[in-house]
Design a protein around this ligand. Structure first.
Ligand code: FE
Length: 223
C-alpha cells in the first residue's frame, strides 16, 4: 500500500501493490497494457526488415544501464553545492555546461535544473510516458514509468512523497514538473547539514537517484 518500504527506496513491486484507483482508460495512458511484449514484437519486425541492428540496440542499452547512471547527476549536484558560479550557470542556462561535462545526448538535449530550497520541494514526473534525463540519471526506475506514479504524483504529491519517505512540511510548497519529449528536469536536493568542508566526491556520494527526481532527499553524512 505504501512506498515507505525502504524509506527513500521504492520498487515497482510495492507500487504495483497499491490500490489501482486510477482509470485505465485515462487519456494520458498511452502505454500499451503489455509494453514489454509489444516492444519485443516491434524489435523483431524491425530486425527482420533490416531497419535496426540488434547488436547496436544492445550496445545502447548496455551503455545506459552500466556506463551512464545517476553518478553523473550526482557529480553535477555536488558541484552546484560547491561552486556558486557553476550553480548560477546551471540554473540560468545549463546546456553549454552539460555539453562541456559531456553529460549530453539523447533524452537530455533540453535540461532544466530545479533547486530545492527551504521553501520549495520539487518533484519530477512524465505524465504522458516516461521522459527522463538519461545522460544524467541513466535508465528510469520501474516505478517512474508506472501508471500509479504518473497519475498520483500530480493529484496528491504530498501523499506520494510521504510514501517514498519524504515528509514535506505544510508550510513548504511542492512543485511537480511534468517532463516532455523536449524538456527534462533534474532536481538539486537541499545540501544536508554537517557537510561543510566536504569535497565534491564526498558530496556526490550523498546524492541519490531519487533525490534528483525529488522522491528522495540527499543522504546525511552520518548515513
Ligand atoms: Fe515521457
Amino acid at each position: 500500500m505504501h512506498f515507505r518500504a525502504g524509506q527513500t527506496r521504492a520498487t515497482s513491486a510495492n507500487l504495483a501493490a497499491m490500490p489501482h484507483d486510477h482509470d485505465h482508460d485515462h487519456p494520458h495512458t498511452l502505454l500499451p497494457p503489455e509494453p514489454a511484449l509489444r516492444v519485443r514484437a516491434l524489435e523483431t519486425i524491425l530486425t527482420e526488415k533490416g531497419l535496426i541492428d540488434p547488436a547496436a540496440l544492445d550496445e545502447i542499452i548496455e551503455t545506459y544501464q552500466h556506463k551512464i547512471g545517476p553518478q553523473n547527476g550526482a557529480k553535477v549536484v555536488a558541484r552546484i553545492w560547491s561552486d556558486p558560479t557553476f550553480r548560477k550557470g546551471m540554473l540560468d542556462e545549463p546546456m553549454p555546461l552539460l555539453e562541456e561535462l559531456e553529460f549530453y545526448g539523447r533524452q537530455g538535449e533540453h535540461m532544466v535544473i530545479v533547486e530545492n530550497t527551504p521553501e520549495v520541494h520539487n518533484v519530477v514526473v512524465c505524465t504522458l510516458c516516461s521522459c527522463y534525463p538519461w545522460p544524467l540519471l541513466g535508465i528510469p526506475p520501474g516505478w517512474y514509468k508506472s501508471d500509479a506514479y504518473r497519475s498520483r504524483v500530480v493529484r496528491e504529491p504530498r501523499k506520494v512523497l510521504a510514501e517514498f519517505g519524504v515528509d514535506v512540511p505544510d508550510d513548504k510548497k511542492v512543485r511537480v514538473w511534468d517532463s516532455t519529449a523536449e524538456v527534462r528536469y533534474l532536481v538539486v536536493p537541499e545540501r544536508p547539514e554537517g557537510t561543510e568542508g566536504m569535497d565534491e566526491d564526498a558530496l556526490a556520494a550523498l546524492v541519490t537517484r531519487d533525490s534528483m527526481i525529488g522522491t528522495g532527499l540527499a543522504l546525511r553524512p552520518e548515513a
